[in-house]
Structure formats: structure tokens, C-alpha cells
Write a protein that binds this ligand. Structure first.
Ligand code: GAL
Length: 989
């Protein structure tokens, strides 16, 4: 029996722990111990070790699959997941944890295969167990492991016997190690990665490291072979390169030079099959040749500057949690490639080792991060932070060693990261020193080292656009976060990356293009990593069986951080968000610049290494959104970093309508991640011969007061309000200034430390909107007048207990076969905050003819907002009504299509006319009002709808990324202002 104090032990583990080594494929035998184990969950940390006895009767226990998280197994019978961001879900009482400590006991038996070499050492390997585990084999204690996302091997040679063996593992959810694992994610205890028994042959390979380099066509390998002298001779073979190098003894191991090899890059992930054969074991590797280097303030691979178009990737699966699903992970990485992502930061721990094989193979620059975060200490002003406490030094060093050793052979890994949000201190510096000594071929990253004491790149998260610009600008002396002027100057001598930026929570982020423009302008800026790749929703069911994706609080957690875990570019069900489409358009590796007034287009290849040989180019001309011409665009092969100007075909635009030319770069052949024809980049150019004049508004005279029911062409009005149009019931227009707040609209915590962009921590936009009553406007009809063929109303709109108001004038007039509506919206003086939207709403009750879909000519196909327009193209699109909205994890504003020219809803056609400044409205077509959407916590909580709502928005506020980052950039903020909407309604024959 152990004393409870072992749970408070800051040591990284105990017992027969073996030194960390590479995760290698080899011909040495292994036995997977995955599968069904006997399982019992206790609410407290059991300390007696009776369960370890081989004859212990576990007949009363249940079973559980390994790998899995117990809270995701058994429909709640084994406790539930907990989500917290910064806060610890247990008292801050380091290194102690509460007695209320869910503990899972696991038992299984296995039989040692009879054909294993008798002289082999035997090793028990755990690839991931959260958080602390104690292992017994045949009644004897093997050891204690920690480091949830790190591999641990134990020596068990003397404990394994022929015949049946009894393996027992006790897993505690909380331990001292939990203080080092405060990542922003679900707490998911259990044996969640593989368990393996491995034979380590005498004369086998303890470890192999093929360090490679590449320069100007030549490559080299510096091999490190860890093996006993008796394992030699050792032979390195790379058949494709004709390499067969035999090292007779350890001292013979020397550099292998290769005159001509293809380089490995994220764009050209060229791998060579290699084997390393020792007397007792052959290891199989796939090696790639590349050199990572920092020269001045440049981060280079193979001598070329790298721009990271990266994603922060957590291991998150809606049903499996952090249990690795290779097929799902491969599809996820292929999806990244399809969206022009070229880099991954493994936030904030090493992923399953196979993930790195996939990254090598598909091609990503990887920042491999250690399993470390102590963010919760920030709430205590970092007092007691393990990062600067000698008691934790071994644990820190142990974590980084296990991180680097496991994955060091992967060409995709170009930087090591010490961890995330752990303050700063001597233990982090010690980790960095260890990495520098161990791996001279890869720089060290850690964002929390603001002053750059011990890291090689300058890294920040969520710095604003102006601050990022100051970081990139030579000669700037603007202060940098946490730095004295001298420290700031030092940071400016290093390459800069945004390890997190453009927080992708809910609808957003805006301003991706502003960051990318800085990366183009300032070579010190090397791009960044979006926070984050996917939502972490857990597929759950309501009491009545309705499925939904759960977030913090949905499992009754005592403390939690709500939907802050739903901040991905991909929804929990794998759907890419419009934000991801925007990102793909912004970072596209090919750019087009049309001649200002010539017949050509300049095509720029912005890639690191690859030419455009894998692409073909197309063009098409659309008149009024309908294709009229198109074909292949002949473009010569363009080398990385070069441009060519090509002539465009002779175009014959149609008269009297809009003509748009679209050019596209598409894959010429299928790849491992996308089919032939996949669009990599596109651009549009307006080829309308002359700007089309907006039809003039009808001049109406002879107004007189009106009352009762009025008819005007296809429309009928009561008290000035539209009640029927084109034979169907319609209600409106009604001023709408509210939108269901996005997560960014609800954000208020972020402030720009340099004060450079005016983002001030404090009240969120959403609270200002609510306090001003924008979500509960009331109306007073001031006047209704009619004239021949026309109707006019004036309405005063305001909110309870508010003096501020908005005047809305509508003028309806018959113009030939159409009915024109002009709405003049004019705020009173005194409005002081931004507005979410300036628009009007029409209700179209289902009656006999529910609106099922829409066709429009305008920007599409996906939603767009003023600071997220780069993926939108002018075209003619159709969508179902449900297809127009994005089911964000927490319902919020969605579906806005900008710059609409024409909208067709069944037999009803709307033509939008530009205002006097040429601005076209946007539209939102939805089954719910903003007020209903704002009241729902999850999509399934939206009420049953019997009405379609059409919003015509003269303007919408931008998106920003204030959920965790800067507010909407001033140019895209909507200030209260007078606006005009003009539309013409007609009926289709
Ligand atoms: C960062 C952190 C991430 C995540 C993000 C907000 O501060 O490193 O793990 O919490 O903020 O979603």
C-alpha cells in the first residue's frame, strides 16, 4: 500500500522506466495489448494494491475498450467530461490534488508468444494515459508513469512469464502532473493510446536517428545508432539512392554524402524508404532531406524563407475524444491541404506518433509541441508556477526529452516547442538548453519567452495588426509586450511567427487578409497558426434522443468555460466553416493580378519550392451570373517565387448586364489529398463594358393621408404595412438593427497591450447592443400617405426607456411591372456605439407555400461580411434555406450574402439597386429571428419555425476576432448612419 503522497509527487515517474527513444517500425516482435480490459471506476484514489494480485477476483467489474477515455464510455456510467480553459478544475494547491479523484482500475491477461526470441528484453509501452498510472505485472509493481500525451516504456523482462500474465493498471484522473497539463481542452482520463508489449532483441537497435540535410541538390545523413557493440555491423540502406553503407563498429558510423537527392518540403514531401539493419533487428524508416536554419531574422528551410500558413491542431474526435482515429486524422490533414494549409502546430502536446507519419507523407511544416501548460497559475499571478520551481525541474526535462526523442526522425518537424502558456522560468530555460544540445538541427519555440532569453524565434499570440506591423518593421522602436527597449530590439533580430492568431470561434474570424498583407510586406514575419483547426464538440444526446455537439457546461461541470472549446475552422462534424474558405482564399499559393487596363493577367507562384507544373489554368466569362464562354488558359510553368504575365483571351462581354471574368488555378492531376480539378486559387475581374446606371427613382407627387387596406400592383397593405405580395402573405418591412451576437460580438476580455489598434478590454459589443435595446425595438407609425401608384410611411423606431430613435421612411411605387421599395433609415443624434446591422425584415409565413430555397446573383456561394470577403465571388447561386445558415455550435448570426443584385424566392423576384454611393445590400434568409437565435444555446434549442425571415441589410458590422483577439477593424465597423435601401419586386411568369 502506498501513501497518498505519491499523487503529489512532482517526479515524472518511478520504477523500471526506460530512456525515451524513437517510435520506430522494426521487425522486432510486438504484441498489442489494446482490446477489452476488465475495468472498475472508483470516485477516489484507491491506494490498496489488492487488485494487483494475479488471483484477485475482478468478476464484479465491468469492461472497457483500450484505448478509450472512460468518461466517453458507458453512457455516463463512468463520469463525464469536464471542459476548462485556463482554470484548473481542482483547487490550486500544488502539488496536491483532492481526494475526490476518479480512479480507473484496469486488468487484463496476455500470453507471451512462444516464438519470441528467448534472449530478448521485454518492454511494456504506454503511448498515452491521462494522467498518472501505476502498473503491476503478475503482482509485482512495475512503475508509475505520468505525462499524458507522452510515451513511456517500462522494463519488464524479469516479470513476464511463459503462459498467462496478469497486467494491472491503476489510472488516477488527477495527480501532481495535472498541474502541468492545463491545456484549453476537455479533461479526458483513461488509457487513450496504445499499450504494447515489445521484444527488444539482444543485438537490436535501441534507437536510430537519421539526421538529414540538404543543400543545392545534394543531401547527407548523419546517423546516430544507439546499440550495443554486438549489434554491429549495422547497414544503412536506401535502395532508391543506391545507398548501402556498412558500419562495422560503433566508431565507424560517419556521414553519408549523397550527390543528388530530391529535397523534402511541405510542398514536395519526397520521402525515401530506408532501413537500418543490425545483427538482431532491422528498423524501417521513411526519410526526407531538408535543412532547417535561422539566418538573421529569416527562418529558412533548404535556404528558402518559410511562410507558415498553419493551423493549431488538437487531437479531437466527437466520439473518441483524443483517441487516435487514423482514417479521420488522414482525412482531416487532406482537408487542410485542400484549404491551402501548409503547417501544423501540435497544440499543446505531441499527437499520436502516426500523425507525424501522415505529416511527412502529405507535406506539412510541423512545430512539435511538448505536453506542457500551467496556465491556471496566471490566476494566482503566477505564484508557485512550476516553470520556475526547482521541484519540477526533472518533470520538465523528462517531458521535453520524451517529446524530442520519440519524433526526432520526422522531416516534417522543423521546430520544437517547449509547451504553451506556462509563464516563464528556469525549468523552461533548462528544457531549451537540453534541446539545443541534443538537436542542433531544429530551433526552439516557446511563446511565453517574451523577452527571448532562451528561444530562437520571436513568437506571439493574437498580436493586433498594428503591433504585428511594428514587429515586422525595420527601425521600429515601438514597445513590444513584456520587453524593455533592448529586449525588444533583440526580438526584432529574430524571425517572427504568430503561434496563434485569427481566433476562429463561431462566425469569423475577420481580417485574415490584413495579417497576410503584413507577411508579404515584412520578410521577418513568417506567417502563423490559426487558433484553431476544429471544434472539440462531443457528440451527445438530449433526454429525448436528439443528437448535439456538447461543450463546456453541458455535462454539469462545477467550473467550466462554456463554448470556448468550439473555436475551430471546422465544425465538430467535419464541416469546413466559411472562415476556412476565407482563409484558403487569402493564403492561396497562386495570386492573380489583372492588368489595370490591358488584356493580361500576372500570375505569381508564391510557393516555397514547387513550380506550377502540377496546376492548369482556366478562364470563364459570365454574363448576369450565367456562363457565356470559357476554356483553358495557357500558362507556362512558373518557378516558386516567380511571376509571369499572360494574355487573356479576346472577350465579348454582353451588353446591358454585368460581365465577370473568373480565372482559376486547379490541380492538373489527383493528389493524395484532392481530386484532379480541385481549385487552388481563383480571381475575378469585372468586364462589364460600362458601369450600368442605376434606374432613377420614380418622382411622385400628390401625397395625401391614407387609411385602411390599399392595393398596389401585386401588393396589398394594411396600415401602411405590406400584408400580401405576389399572392402570398408577407409582413414587413420592419427595421432590424440587431443580429444574434457572434462569439466575437460577445467578446470583451481582449485588450491590445500596446494600445495600437484601440481594442480595449471591457464591455462587449453585444452587451452594448442589449443595453441600448437594439434587440427589442418597438415601432410607432407616424404617417401613412398615398399618391397615384405609390404609398409612403414614416415610422419612429426606438426601445423601452430609450430616447434615441431611428426614423424609417418607406416609399412604395409601381414602376412598370415592378414594385419599387425605397427605405430611408436615419438615426437620431446621440447614438454612440457600433451597430450590428442596418436592415429591414420581411416575414414570409409558411402557409401553403413555405420558402424552400433561394437563387441569387451576387456574392457567394458562402456567407460573407465586410472583413471576410476574400472567398466570395460574384455569381449566380442556389441554396436550400437550411443550406444558407451555418450550424455554429452556439447559434449566432449567420448566412449574410453580400452585394446581392437579384434574389429569387419561388415566384417572387427582387432586384436590388445600388444606393447613391454604389453600395448594394446583402441578404439573410433564415427560419429564425436574431432574437430567437440569440436565445438558443445549441442548434437543437431553436424553436420550431413556421415562417421564413428575409433580411435586406444596407450594411452589416464586421466580424473581427474579439472572442480572443482584436475587435473589428475601424474600417469595417458599422457606425450608426443614414442608409438607403432600394429594391424592386416582381413576379416570375
Ligand atoms: C490561447 C491558448 C489556446 C486557446 C486560445 C483561446 O491563449 O494558447 O490554448 O486557449 O488561447 O481559444
Amino acid at each position: 500500500m502506498l501513501s497518498p503522497s505519491y499523487l503529489s509527487d512532482t517526479a515524472p515517474g518511478r520504477g523500471a522506466r526506460r530512456a525515451p527513444r524513437s517510435w520506430l517500425a522494426s521487425d522486432a516482435p510486438t504484441l498489442s495489448l489494446n482490446g477489452t480490459w476488465r475495468f472498475r471506476l472508483s470516485p477516489t484514489a484507491g491506494l490498496d494494491d489488492a487488485i494487483a494480485a494475479p488471483d484477485f477476483d475482478d468478476g464484479g467489474w465491468g469492461t472497457i475498450p483500450v484505448p478509450s477515455h472512460w468518461v466517453l464510455e458507458g453512457d455516463g456510467a463512468h463520469g463525464l467530461p469536464i471542459y476548462t480553459n485556463v482554470q484548473y478544475p481542482f483547487p490550486l494547491d500544488p502539488p496536491h490534488v483532492p481526494d475526490e479523484n476518479p480512479t480507473g482500475d484496469y486488468r487484463r491477461t496476455f500470453v507471451l508468444p512462444s516464438d519470441w526470441p528467448a534472449d530478448a528484453a521485454l518492454v511494456l509501452r504506454f503511448d498515452g494515459v491521462e494522467s498518472m498510472y501505476r502498473v503491476w505485472l503478475n503482482g509485482a509493481e512495475v512503475g508509475i508513469g505520468t505525462g499524458s500525451r507522452l510515451a513511456q516504456e517500462f522494463e519488464v523482462t524479469d516479470l513476464v512469464r511463459t503462459g498467462e500474465n496478469v497486467l494491472v493498471v491503476r489510472v488516477h484522473q488527477w495527480s501532481a502532473a495535472s498541474y502541468l497539463e492545463d491545456q484549453d481542452q476537455w479533461w479526458l482520463p483513461g488509457i487513450f493510446r496504445d499499450v504494447t508489449l515489445a521484444a527488444r532483441p539482444a543485438d537490436g537497435l535501441d534507437d536510430v536517428w537519421l539526421r538529414t540535410g540538404w543543400a543545392e541538390g545534394a543531401g547527407w545523413i548523419d546517423a546516430e545508432i544507439t546499440a550495443s557493440a554486438s549489434a554491429f555491423p549495422v547497414t544503412l540502406r536506401i535502395p532508391e539512392l543506391g545507398v548501402e553503407t556498412v558500419w562495422a563498429e560503433p566508431d565507424d558510423v560517419a556521414r553519408v554524402e549523397l550527390a543528388a537527392v530530391d529535397p523534402w518540403t511541405a510542398e514536395t514531401p519526397r520521402l525515401y524508404a530506408a532501413s537500418v539493419e543490425a545483427a538482431g533487428e532491422t528498423a524501417i524508416l521513411r526519410t526526407g532531406f531538408r535543412t532547417v536554419e535561422i539566418r538573421g531574422d529569416r527562418f529558412l528551410v533548404n535556404g528558402e524563407r518559410v511562410v507558415f500558413h498553419g493551423m493549431n491542431r488538437h487531437e479531437a474526435h466527437p466520439e473518441r475524444g483524443r483517441v487516435f482515429d487514423e482514417e479521420h486524422a488522414r482525412e482531416d490533414l487532406a482537408r487542410m491541404k485542400r484549404f491551402n494549409v501548409n503547417a501544423i502546430r501540435t497544440s499543446h502536446y505531441p499527437p499520436h506518433p502516426r500523425l507525424l507519419d501522415l505529416a511527412d507523407e502529405l507535406g506539412f511544416w510541423v512545430i512539435l509541441e511538448c505536453d506542457l501548460e500551467t496556465h491556471g497559475f496566471e490566476c494566482a499571478a503566477w505564484v508557485g508556477n512550476p516553470s520556475d520551481d526547482p521541484a519540477w525541474r526533472d518533470a520538465y526535462l523528462d517531458r521535453i526529452k520524451r517529446t524530442v526523442e520519440r519524433d526526432k526522425n520526422h522531416p516534417s518537424i522543423v521546430m520544437w516547442s517547449l509547451g504553451n502558456e506556462s509563464g516563464t522560468g528556469a525549468n523552461l530555460a533548462a528544457m531549451s538548453a537540453w534541446v539545443h544540445a541534443r538537436d542542433t538541427g531544429r530551433p526552439v519555440h516557446y511563446e511565453g519567452d517574451y523577452t527571448g532569453e532562451y528561444t530562437d524565434v520571436y513568437s506571439r499570440m493574437y498580436s493586433t495588426v498594428p503591433e504585428t506591423e511594428q514587429i515586422g518593421t525595420d527601425g521600429s522602436t515601438a514597445p513590444l509586450l513584456g520587453c524593455t527597449p533592448a529586449q525588444g530590439a533583440r526580438q526584432r533580430t529574430k524571425p517572427f511567427i504568430l503561434c496563434e492568431y485569427v481566433h476562429a470561434m463561431g462566425n469569423g474570424p475577420g481580417a485574415i487578409d490584413q495579417y497576410e498583407a503584413l507577411v508579404d510586406a515584412h520578410p521577418r514575419l513568417h506567417g502563423g497558426f490559426v487558433w484553431e483547426w476544429r471544434d472539440h464538440g462531443i457528440l451527445t444526446r438530449t433526454a429525448d434522443g436528439t443528437p448535439f455537439y456538447a461543450y463546456g457546461g453541458d455535462f454539469g461541470e462545477v467550473v467550466h468555460d462554456g463554448n470556448f472549446v468550439m473555436d475551430g475552422m471546422v465544425l465538430s462534424d467535419d464541416t469546413p466553416t466559411p472562415g476556412l474558405h476565407e482563409y484558403a482564399a487569402v493564403v492561396a499559393p497562386v495570386r492573380f493580378a489583372f492588368d489595370a487596363d490591358g488584356p493580361g493577367v500576372t500570375i505569381e507562384n508564391r510557393r516555397h519550392t514547387a513550380s506550377t507544373a502540377d496546376l492548369r489554368f482556366t478562364w470563364r466569362l459570365e454574363a448576369d451570373g450565367r456562363a457565356v464562354d470559357g476554356g483553358a488558359l495557357p500558362v507556362p510553368e512558373i518557378a516558386a517565387g516567380s511571376s509571369v504575365r499572360v494574355a487573356l483571351p479576346e472577350l465579348t462581354p454582353r451588353v446591358g448586364v454585368e460581365n465577370w471574368l473568373t480565372v482559376e488555378a486547379v490541380l492538373a492531376a489527383a493528389t493524395a489529398w484532392a481530386p484532379e480539378g480541385h481549385i487552388v486559387a481563383s480571381a475575378q475581374s469585372d468586364r462589364t463594358p460600362a458601369a450600368l446606371p442605376a434606374p432613377t427613382a420614380p418622382r411622385i407627387t400628390g401625397w395625401r393621408d391614407a387609411e385602411g387596406t390599399l392595393s398596389l400592383g401585386p401588393a396589398a397593405f394594411e396600415s401602411g404595412r405590406l400584408v400580401r405580395l405576389a399572392g402570398r402573405r408577407v409582413d414587413g418591412p420592419r427595421l432590424e438593427l440587431f443580429r444574434a451576437p457572434t462569439d466575437n460580438d460577445e467578446g470583451g476580455a481582449f485588450s491590445d497591450p500596446t494600445g495600437s489598434d484601440g481594442s480595449v478590454a471591457g464591455v462587449s459589443s453585444a452587451s452594448l447592443w442589449r443595453s441600448q435595446g437594439l434587440d427589442r425595438l418597438v415601432h410607432r407609425l407616424v404617417a401613412v400617405q398615398e399618391a397615384p401608384g405609390a404609398l409612403r410611411t414614416v415610422t419612429r423606431v426606438s426601445a423601452a426607456n430609450a430616447a434615441l430613435s431611428v426614423s424609417v421612411e418607406t416609399v412604395w411605387a409601381l414602376v412598370g411591372a415592378s414594385l419599387e421599395l425605397r427605405v430611408e433609415i436615419e438615426p437620431s443624434a446621440g447614438w454612440s456605439t457600433v451597430w450590428p446591422r442596418i436592415g429591414v425584415r420581411f416575414d414570409l409565413p409558411d402557409d401553403d407555400a413555405p420558402v424552400t430555397d433561394a437563387e441569387w446573383f451576387g456574392l457567394g456561394p458562402l456567407e460573407s461580411y465586410p472583413d471576410s470577403l476574400r472567398a466570395a465571388r460574384v455569381g449566380r447561386y442556389t441554396a436550400t434555406i437550411d443550406g444558407l445558415s451555418v450550424p455554429y455550435a452556439r447559434p449566432q448570426e449567420t448566412g449574410h450574402r453580400s452585394a446581392v443584385r437579384e434574389l429569387v424566392l419561388g415566384p417572387l423576384r427582387l432586384h436590388a439597386l445600388p444606393d447613391t454611393r454604389g453600395r448594394l445590400p446583402g441578404f439573410v434568409l433564415t427560419r429564425h429571428t436574431p432574437q430567437e437565435i440569440a436565445a438558443a444555446g445549441h442548434p437543437h434549442e431553436l424553436p420550431v419555425s413556421r415562417t421564413t425571415h428575409l433580411f435586406l441589410d444596407a450594411a452589416q458590422h464586421g466580424l473581427g476576432s474579439r472572442a480572443c483577439g482584436p475587435d473589428v477593424w475601424p474600417a469595417f465597423s458599422l457606425r450608426p448612419e443614414a442608409r438607403t435601401l432600394r429594391v424592386r419586386f416582381s413576379t416570375l411568369p
